[in-house]
Design a protein around this ligand. Structure first.
Ligand code: CA
Ligand code: CA
Length: 240
């Protein structure tokens, strides 16, 4: 804490002239603690289980959508038939122009409301969710960062689905089951591409959900032409 106190007492811009280098001491914080220079704030990464959907080994071009990815639960109506969640390794396919943003796999939320007709959508949202061991703390900034992908049509016998369009998405940060902040479909990745979504929330000294478990939801809104949304590399940081 000494180094943090020192930086907190340093006028901006004079950190490098300080006689003590906060970056070389024993027990240095992880590299992630990059915000420490500003107001004595410390940023830490919170544990997310299977954050990049890599726990399940998948060969290139294969997927599993008959069970939730390890560490994740279903959100909304999922039947593991026409409405499924799971993991996909898009390598070697035409499903993505971009490689998986992290590792080999991406998360899947597949919602096909009328078999054989991808143009029909029921506006019945569903997705992946995970409750963390971390709880909502006072006077803390939370930053949730997730890659969002718009899967393209491959057309091969192993990937026959029409993935044209994008059914829209939402990413929620929750505490005690109540939404704290969301990215409600602000990005529109092109077909076969990923974009990076950021959700931020700063708690005050009091909050109805203070001390309650944080959770993350990755939602396919299912409210436009399109069937599947993919997610990857889920990161949640807290700064306090
Ligand atoms: Ca991944
Ligand atoms: Ca698409």
């Amino acid at each position: 804490m000494g180094a943090v106190w020192l930086l907190a007492g340093c006028p901006r811009g004079e950190e490098s002239a300080a006689p003590f280098d906060a970056g070389t001491g024993e027990g240095d914080p992880p590299a992630d603690l990059s915000a420490a220079g500003d107001a004595g704030l410390t940023t830490t990464s919170l544990v997310v289980q299977n954050p990049g959907f890599e726990t399940t080994f998948l060969n290139p071009g294969s997927y599993v959508t008959n069970t939730p990815p390890p560490g994740w639960q279903s959100y909304g109506s999922i039947d593991y038939s026409y409405r499924s969640i799971g993991s996909l390794n898009p390598s070697t396919t035409a499903l993505y122009v971009d490689p998986a943003p992290e590792g080999r796999n991406v998360g899947v939320v597949f919602l096909l409301d009328r078999p054989g007709d991808a143009s029909y959508f029921a506006s019945s949202e569903a997705g992946l969710q995970q409750t963390l061991t971390a709880t909502l703390l006072p006077s803390t900034q939370y930053t949730l960062v997730v890659e969002v992908g718009n899967i393209a049509t491959d057309g091969s016998p192993s990937h026959p689905f029409n993935f044209a369009g994008f059914p829209n998405y939402r990413i929620d940060l929750l505490a005690g089951g109540q939404i704290l902040a969301s990215d409600n479909n602000t990005l529109r990745p092109n077909e076969g591409r990923f974009l990076t979504s950021t959700v931020s929330f700063t708690s005050g000294s009091q909050h109805p959900q203070m001390g309650m478990a944080l959770s993350i939801r990755l939602v396919n809104l299912n409210n436009a032409v399109g069937t599947e949304v993919n997610f990857d590399n889920v990161r949640l940081r807290q700064t306090r």
